[in-house]
Design a protein. Sequence first.
Length: 124
Amino acid sequence: MSFFHLGQLCGGVVQGLNGTIESPGFPHGYPNYANCTWIIVTGERNRIQLSFHTFALEEDFDIVSIYDGQPQPGNLKMRLSGFMLPSPIVSSGSILALWFTTDFAVSAQGFKAIYEGKRQWLML
């Protein structure tokens, strides 16, 4: 799996209880043909809450796929596109993955998301 696109670093394994994930080029627009995967790992007994603070992608063609666990087809939780700010997303375990793909034309501002690991008993 490659995390590079036209010399820009995007994606990778992100560890820690909290942090920020931004599309490449944010807030000035993302590149065409982007293919970035972020895997968030917060440690055992944690769930991950992902909140988008900015979300602007070309509708239906530039997509963020969210996986509850490793990025495998059976773990796909949702696919996001367009300009509506998504509701916060909570994982069922300590791994959450984002896969950002774009097409050959038209881009927008991109996205900025904040993630936070929370003990499972605090999420009840």
